[in-house]
Design a protein around this ligand. Sequence first.
Ligand SMILES: Nc1ncnc2c1ncn2[C@@H]1O[C@H](COP(=O)(O)OP(=O)(O)OP(=O)(O)O)[C@@H](O)[C@H]1O
Ligand SMILES: [Zn+2]
Length: 688
Amino acid sequence: MTQKSPKRYTITAALPYANGPVHIGHLAGVYVPADIYARYLRSQGRDVLFVCGSDEHGVPITIRAQKEGITPQQAVDKYHQMIKESFSEFGVAFDMYARTSNATHHQTASDFFKQMYEQGNFTEQVSEQYYDQKAGQFLADRYIQGTCPVCSNPNAYGDQCENCGSTLSPSELINPVSMLSGEKPVLKETKHWYLPLNQYETWLREWILQGHTEWKPNVYGQCKSWIEGGLQPRPMTRDLDWGIPVPVPGAEGKVLYVWFDAPIGYISSTKDYFKEKVANSTGEEWKLYWQSEDTRLIHFIGKDNIVFHCIIFPVILKAHGGYILPDNVPANEFLNLEGNKISTSRNWAVWLHEYLQDFPGKQDVLRYVLCANAPEAKDNDFTWKDYQNRNNNELVANLGNFVNRTLVLTNKYFRSKVPPCNQLFDLDKEIIAGIQEFPGKIAASIEAFRFREALAHLMDFSRLGNKYLGDTEPWKVIKENEARVQTILHISLQLTANLAIVMEPFLPFSAAKLNQMLGIQPFNWSSAGKLDLLPIGHSLKEAYLLFDKIEDAVVEAQVQKLLDTKKANEAANRKVPPAKAEVSFDDFTKMDIRVATILAAEAVPKTKKLLKLTLDTGLDKRTVVSGIAEHFKPEEIIGRQVCLLANLAPRDIKGIQSQGMILMAEDRDGSLSFINPEKVIINGGTVS
Ligand SMILES: Nc1ncnc2c1ncn2[C@@H]1O[C@H](COP(=O)(O)OP(=O)(O)OP(=O)(O)O)[C@@H](O)[C@H]1O
Ligand SMILES: [Zn+2]
């Protein structure tokens, strides 16, 4: 049950997997909402610990390392550093960003497992698994390739066929082959430790289905379908050499399942925080954030992590004992990019580190767009056009415009000193009521994890300010009634100072700039709604624009980058042409294929594709017209040896008689390559 006023908050954001950089899907799904929530609670003066770190174990890391010819540790070092830096530059204000390959985590996860083992929380089960005798190693599903039983794709993996999308198990693959050695793997018995989820079904029903009806419908619905679908025991160990060794007898060569150790990473990260960042830590403070009933634990994740955070990790915590359980898991659905699923392997993403490079100083624009369009209830699409529109029409035209007009007019009429508030009319009282009400509305939406709604209220708050200036027209009134303008700008300035408070969780960089222009130290949320944040006579600092317009060319360049990716992907996916019908050996021997040398080459006038070649075939000198002009310049190919189909019936091409055809191979991108002997052969040498 949600506690009304917890003493402290532990906020976790999904551990990013360290086999690639962070993209906008991760940000919109997890890190932007988590950061807004943590910043908001801090501004409320609550005791908050916001932890994250890199998830560095598991099979995909070992596969990537093998592909790149480096060790798994080198692979995770590279991405951990990159992810950590880009989060920090983007303003994600973690208290701690740790990593699961470090000593604190290994110890914590290992102790966790050991205690559960000793308490008898696991069941042991022996099963047959594929084993590579040459490599001396059991094979994770991803390490086995074979023919898909569904579509006959020869390169299906042990867990999945990427051609037809079928979920597979290794035993279903036809002709399985180990990706480590290329050998045929054998079945061998292996023992694993299972978490008997089925034994927790009644408890999960009570705890979630009855006790947490307030969870988001997408989260509650997924939990319900998992629980009602019948929970099965899940192995918590793997046969692998990268990870945390299973700390029990008879488990040599086995490591903890990555989804056993990763969520414990939140606890290790908390320990690291006190160890590394708090002077004179007793080493015990982390317990308050994980074991004290008056702490509220919130997990921010994307939808594919729901089962791990709502079912498996809570069962682990419950079985271990002594830990609090998540109070809420406000998981988001997925963000897509320009109509397609974001994908690291297909490079279909806007990468955070590239965005930071391409759009320096524009962290808040991306934070704004990702929150305004967050996939809170259903999958959503990011487009560059929408990014540009939201910047130009909302941040520039609404928020930036109001702040700028207020500051510029105050400078112009009152030499940047906060003017007094004089007689109030109904119009002014409405705005004052707005200043008093909006912060509470925004807060309520944030507390309910409705970040899009909160941001919409924030923009309405600023819109109220713009409307006020539009309705009162201080630039006209100044000529006859300076006292009236004093009041208008006084109220507008108080609204601006309030905006700086409520903006901070969403747009921290802009809030800091605004505070600086206002010449004030940041106020916290308890001051929001007040009408005297800026004292009369207080001097403002120089004003500049909070947001700039983004031009078409800038977003077009980003769209072009994606189009280039699409092209490259299409080329990479181009299939080899299907096999032709069978021919007899006699048919083959009818073809007279020979080595020849190009003596001369010239473009065929009025054509784009054709070159006229003169060849020495050993038998004669002859002319061949070839469609390779788009791939080779005449001067490049003179002197080359080629293979020629010499007895092809002559053909008239653009008025030139072509006597034969040279052989070319086509690559996946459509580029051509000559077929020629590996060493120089006499002209006329036969090919068979
Ligand atoms: N497109 C997306 N939209 C929303 N959330 C996402 C998206 N992609 C990943 N996430 C979430 O981000 C968090 C971290 O993701 P993780 O590092 O595990 O990558 P992933 O899910 O393997 O993504 P990818 O395959 O794109 O690298 C997870 O909670 C995940 O649910
Ligand atoms: Zn298939």
